[in-house]
Design a protein around this ligand. Sequence first.
Ligand code: GYE
Length: 320
Amino acid sequence: MTVTRRTILGGAFAFAFAASGSVFAAKPLVMGFSQVGAESEWRSANTASIKDAAKQAGVTLKFADAQQKQENQVKAIRSFIAQRVDVIAFSPVVETGWETVLREAKAARIPVILTDRAVKVADKSLYVTLIGSDFVEEGRRAGKWLADYAAKSNKPVLNVVELQGTVGSAPALDRKAGFEEAIKGNAKLKVIRTQTGEFTRAKGKEVMEAFLKAHGKDINVLYAHNDDMAIGAIQAIEEAGLKPGKDIIIVSIDGVKGAFQAMIAGKLNVSVECSPLLGPQLMQAAQDVVAGKPVAPRIVTEERVFPAEVAAKELPNRKY
Ligand code: GYE
């Protein structure tokens, strides 16, 4: 098509098209991306994936780190609108409070793509697609693994403590809901404490210390919404003189290298995979949207569950 047009229209026209940034132009697509922060190993791998994929695809990336603050994301999105980028992508730190800024992007006719986390907005036309995991399913997988473990345990009841992710974030809400669904009515599993550890190692450790102070050896299981909090909690458990992975069974989510190392060391029992490698799909979706091609409203990442027994064999294959 391009070639025929070029031949028919001739040099002068082709030049005009190129100058106006149309069919013949090699003008790179400009994407503004607002990242949640750098709170976890998962997030660092996600950032690397997006930066690499942009380079590969020849996309000019304007990257902003929001340091886990919604107000910073709103500011970043407004600045992308002011700069008239071709497409805006972001991973929303929390689910609610996005209507106003998304309407501003729509009014400016800049398409918005969500990656990783969802937003709660009544008007679905405010974004093109959400690329990322099914967090409810991840929570269910964690709960199912634990229900299987409980069925084999000779203890009558297992007391569970839960470290939640960032308050109001899609993965924290959904991983809690999916887990609850999977253990509902299970007389052997009792959640005795649940609190946020903000998806970080430091906070995971701190909250686990408080759990241990209050309940000590009565804690049988830790369910952490991500590996980093589990790794922080492992330190707290060891400092309390207990054996993580044995005295306290640990179930977490993400499947980052740190979790595989902890599983190999016998300190973590299972990690449910959540892939951060969303960059290539994001760049593809951005190019399609800008080219006016249809894009599915939801693109779900494929994932697995890794129990400790397979950790040593799988570690060399892990990319994050
Ligand atoms: O599990 C956690 C990160 O939104 C899926 O955010 C992501 C979560 C991930 O901080 O480690």
